[in-house]
Design a protein. Structure first.
Length: 322
């Protein structure tokens, strides 16, 4: 098996607000291998983005802080790096496509300038080679006529092409790990499918490890090798994509999978999960999913379920699963 690029162990990230400590990430562990895509899936507000931002140490400080755990990248403990060392890691080793990619392009610079800036910052290249790198990055993202596109401004590109330009910036420093935070959410179905195919293509060419954040199990099915299902700051189930679709264990996982629209069942009403995730300021005592669970038992209200390993690469936190 290929090398583990990133290992996250018992990560805790909190926001210290006037109302109290918001435990946005509350004991999350997972790993990603070279050439592998690990999905983090869950409803909005479950801590997916905060997990990604914690890895990059891009939390809005001082309110947001990693308060516990380990983040190990190829043997190096990222939480022990000083800000300068971390800056060198960001971009060079790890890059992230943010949830709102449109706002990560600067409207007043050309696409080529913006990719070039990232190349200069992260690769030690003579100036006359920067342009070739820019064109390579645009080609990697399959942007047609890259020489011409490099001279254009963001407003001259379609939504799908802008999204690719953001991908080109993220990949231009040849990272070992790419964190993609809901990069397809704003795209329509056809463009989304093309963009996902592109990620596979990039991974094949570069062997980059990808953490793909999404609220949509349909996207997980298309791109992820393994997945962690996140609920209220915790990963409640981890499995390979194949196993999780074949035999989901956690009631939350089952509900999320049921709520994926199926193209061949147009008339059926879409299933949605009753209620909302709990406030991370006032978490329920027992299982966090208990108030919304349709198969809960007495113990679920009282005690948090432990994480149970049920296979080589599978674990679940649910009192129903032994
Ligand atoms: N800047 C912030 N200040 C306080 N709390 C925050 C902040 N950003 C996020 N949170 C808390 O962290 C939780 C997880 O957020 P996030 O990781 O963005 O969720 P998502 O799974 O939708 O990406 C939110 O529900 C919110 O309670
Ligand atoms: Mg998010």
């Amino acid at each position: 098996m290929s090398n583990i690029v990133l290992q996250v162990e018992d990560l805790h990230t909190s926001f210290f607000t006037r109302a109290g400590e918001v435990k946005a990430v509350d004991g999350v562990s997972f790993y990603v291998r070279e050439g592998e895509t690990f999905g983090i899936v869950g409803e909005s507000g479950c801590g997916k983005s905060v997990t990604g931002l914690s890895i990059l140490r891009l939390l809005p400080e001082p309110a947001g802080q990693v308060v516990g755990g380990k983040i190990i990248m190829e043997g190096k403990s990222l939480l022990e790096l000083n800000p300068k060392q971390m800056r060198a890691y960001r971009g060079k080793m790890i890059s992230m496509i943010l949830q709102d990619p449109m706002s990560s392009l600067n409207p007043v610079y050309t696409i080529g300038d913006q990719i070039g800036e990232s190349v200069r910052l992260h690769q030690d290249l003579p100036e006359n080679m920067v342009e070739a790198e820019v064109i390579d990055a645009l080609r990697l993202l399959r942007i047609p006529s890259p020489e011409m596109r490099a001279r254009e401004y963001p407003f001259q590109l379609s939504g799908g092409m802008r999204q690719r330009a953001v991908g080109a910036i993220a990949m231009s420093c040849r990272p070992r790990l790419l964190i993609a935070d809901e990069p397809t959410t704003a795209l329509d179905a056809t463009i989304q499918a093309q963009y996902i195919a592109l990620f596979e293509d990039i991974q094949e060419k570069t062997n980059v490890a990808i953490i793909f954040i999404t609220h949509d199990f349909g996207v997980v099915a298309r791109i992820c090798d393994r997945v962690g299902v996140m609920y209220a700051g915790k990963i409640v189930e981890t499995a390979s994509t194949r196993d999780i679709f074949k035999n989901p264990k956690h009631p939350y996982t089952k509900a999320l999978i049921q709520s994926v629209p199926q193209l061949d069942k147009k008339d059926e009403r879409l299933f949605s999960i009753e209620g909302q995730p709990p406030s991370l300021l006032r978490l329920p005592k027992g299982c966090r999913f208990y108030p919304r669970c349709t198969v809960s038992m007495d113990i679920c209200k009282e005690q948090e379920p432990p994480e149970v390993k049920i296979g080589e690469n599978r674990s679940v936190s649910c009192w129903r699963v032994k």
